[in-house]
Write a protein that binds this ligand. Structure first.
Ligand SMILES: [Fe+2]
Length: 388
């Protein structure tokens, strides 16, 4: 067994209607000025966010809303938000949205406290030495787990790179998980973000840095996703399915914050940055190809994934049982309408080498259960592209 340190400093407030507790929490903490970071699309207009702002105003808490966060937030957006946060003089930040607003809010808070541009920290020219103002995350999707993780990803639009920073200072102070704010999520977004959560759970479960606590959490998340993601896509108002997916996303987030990720994310980042494929879709497409290639590194763990996904593997050898884990993920993909290959979402054959070149530098690639070099990645990406 590996030696390990397990971190989970975020206070989680989970439940139907949990959003209503946020104004009281802010008052109790003595915040009088709050910077609210949200997406530039539907979340900005959501009635729940409007209600939250009204209730904060009723408690004499001033707010400033920054709603310019695009999907895959850029260096420019983060730097602009950090400057606005500093000018406003906020005592806390509320991030309301999916992974992009939550990641951007984490980066804004730390850049504001530490100075410079997020690009300096992405390129390791600077490190965070001061904590930012406390962050309260309200996820409106069930997938990223950003509400409890130590990581945030920013996109360099000029070089077409998505670069993640992992730092304990990025862990939110509070995660407020309210399935009611997730019911309006369209089926395609539910499916893609759910596949992101499944990827977090599976990658962290088979990771070299996995530990007994993260293992239990990852398996629970895998089971919850296998049992609830289809239902959440089929009927977004199914609160039981929404609650279980929100829980799975959070649990998988804690798992990967402690056990790390692997090659699926390493490949999904250049696919997203170079071809604009959403993070969840890219992960969902790539996941079974990486699993299949890594199976022989740990048949026992892949067998456990198959069981968590509801497969009957009784009487099978560990190797044969492990294969069912890949089949179960492929079936889930099919049911959810996730593309089978990257070619189906418009990634051309010429993308092979640029994707491999970027993926081989992924900081968590050495955490993969099977050692992967550029040649291995070339085989995986070729299969995911549908060219071999
Ligand atoms: Fe992810």
């Amino acid at each position: 067994m590996n030696d390990f340190i397990f971190r989970m400093p975020t206070k989680v407030m989970f439940g139907v209607g949990a959003l209503k507790k946020v104004p009281g929490l802010c008052k109790e903490q003595g915040y009088s000025r709050i910077f609210v970071v949200t997406g530039s699309t539907s979340t900005r207009q959501s009635p729940q966010l409007q209600e939250l702002l009204t209730e904060l105003a009723a408690l004499s808490i001033a707010t400033q809303v920054f709603s310019d966060v695009e999907a895959d937030p850029s260096i420019e957006t983060v730097d602009r938000g950090a400057a606005a946060l500093g000018e406003f003089g906020a005592e806390a930040v509320i991030a309301y949205g999916g992974g992009s607003p939550m990641d951007a809010a984490k980066s804004m808070s730390l850049v504001c406290a530490n100075g410079g541009s997020i690009a300096d920290y992405m390129r390791a020219k600077k490190t965070f030495v001061k904590r930012g103002v406390p962050l309260i995350c309200v996820p409106t999707t069930a997938g990223t787990g950003s509400e409890v993780t130590a990581s945030a990803v920013t996109t360099d639009k000029a070089t077409k790179e998505k670069i993640g920073i992992g730092h304990d200072f990025q862990m939110p102070a509070y995660a407020v998980i309210d399935p009611l704010v997730q019911v309006s999520m369209p089926p395609a977004v539910t499916a893609a973000t759910g596949m992101d959560a499944l990827t977090h759970a599976i990658e962290s479960f088979v990771a070299l840095k996995a530990n007994p606590i993260s293992d239990g959490m990852a398996l629970t998340a895998i089971r919850l996703i296998a049992e609830n993601l289809r239902q959440a896509c089929a009927n977004g108002e199914n609160l039981e399915a929404r609650s279980n997916m929100a829980l799975a996303s959070l649990i998988a987030g804690v798992s990967f914050t402690n056990a790390g990720l692997g090659a699926v994310h390493g490949i999904a980042h250049p696919v997203g940055a170079q071809y604009g494929i959403s993070h969840g879709s890219a992960n969902g497409i790539i996941l079974p190809y990486v699993m299949e290639y890594c199976l022989m590194a740990n048949y026992g763990k892949f067998r456990e994934i198959a069981i968590a996904m509801g497969e009957d593997v009784a009487g099978l050898s560990a190797r044969d049982a492990a294969v069912y884990a890949v089949a179960a993920v492929e079936e889930l993909k099919q049911d959810l309408g996730i593309a089978a290959t990257l070619a189906e979402v418009g990634v051309p054959e010429e993308a092979l080498e640029p994707i491999v070149k970027d993926a081989v530098t992924f900081r968590l690639l050495p955490n993969s259960p099977r050692r992967l070099n550029a040649d291995d990645l070339r085989i995986i990406v070729s299969r995911a592209l549908g060219i071999s």
